[in-house]
Design a protein around this ligand. Structure first.
Ligand code: SF4
Length: 218
């Protein structure tokens, strides 16, 4: 398929996903950019639901750079023990909080380079912050975005980084960063990893993978 044809299909796909959910929201609970950064760091290999369950009360109470530094690593770890990889995440959160205070006046930096210099912050996390907080035309490729994009035939890449470049090449910037949310939600609730709900999918006639899943063949 040509890039032009792929772009036309992407328009059709995103138009339908927007019709179903015109204002998609990040499912991680947060009240400040710092809290979002903390939650995204903690969501690695953990569900948004488990991160929210651990953090919502802390966030409502105003968790910020200073209060995390005051808790110290052991104190913060105590609050997040129920989340997977908690010791590593607590260490990273304390380190990045100290850097934010010293180098960035406790603000969340807007440049990718600065974001990725923070402990525990990789390209995907930086993309989430750039898109969600600063509305930059990015797409964070997590497991859902990667899978949905591949099944819809929008990329055939083997890594999230390459998939991101391919998706950015065929998605008009006006759809970004909302496309990130639509693909995540589609992957989380319809195009499930093991048993996608093709019979209920609004994209079934646009999908190059449906024959792999309908009739229970896979
Ligand atoms: S038709 Fe099936 S495989 Fe294709 S996007 Fe929909 S749920 Fe996923």
């Amino acid at each position: 398929m040509t890039v032009k044809a792929t772009k036309a299909r992407v328009e059709a796909i995103l138009t339908r996903l927007r019709a179903l959910n015109p204002e998609p929201r990040c499912e991680l609970y947060y009240e400040t950019p710092y809290q979002l950064l903390i939650s995204v760091v903690m969501s690695a290999q953990a569900t948004d639901k488990s991160v929210n369950a651990a953090m919502v009360e802390l966030y409502k109470a105003g968790l910020n750079v200073d209060s995390v530094l005051a808790m110290g690593e052991a104190g913060f770890l105590d609050k997040i023990r129920r989340i997977g990889l908690a010791p590593t995440k607590a260490r990273n959160v304390l380190k990045l909080s100290a850097i934010l205070k010293q180098k960035f006046n406790s603000e969340i930096p807007r440049s990718r380079e600065d974001l990725e210099s923070l402990p525990g912050v990789g390209r995907k996390t930086a993309n989430v912050i750039l898109g969600e907080i600063y509305r930059e035309p990015t797409i964070a490729v997590d497991t859902h975005v990667f899978r949905v994009g591949a099944r819809l035939g929008l990329h055939r890449e083997g890594t999230p980084e390459k998939a991101e470049q391919k998706l950015l090449a065929v998605i008009d910037p006006t759809w970004l960063p909302m496309a990130h949310h639509w693909f995540i939600l589609h992957g989380r609730y319809t195009c499930l990893a093991r048993a996608p709900k093709c019979d209920l999918c609004c994209l079934v006639d646009l999908c190059s993978s449906k024959e792999n899943f309908v009739s229970g063949t896979k």
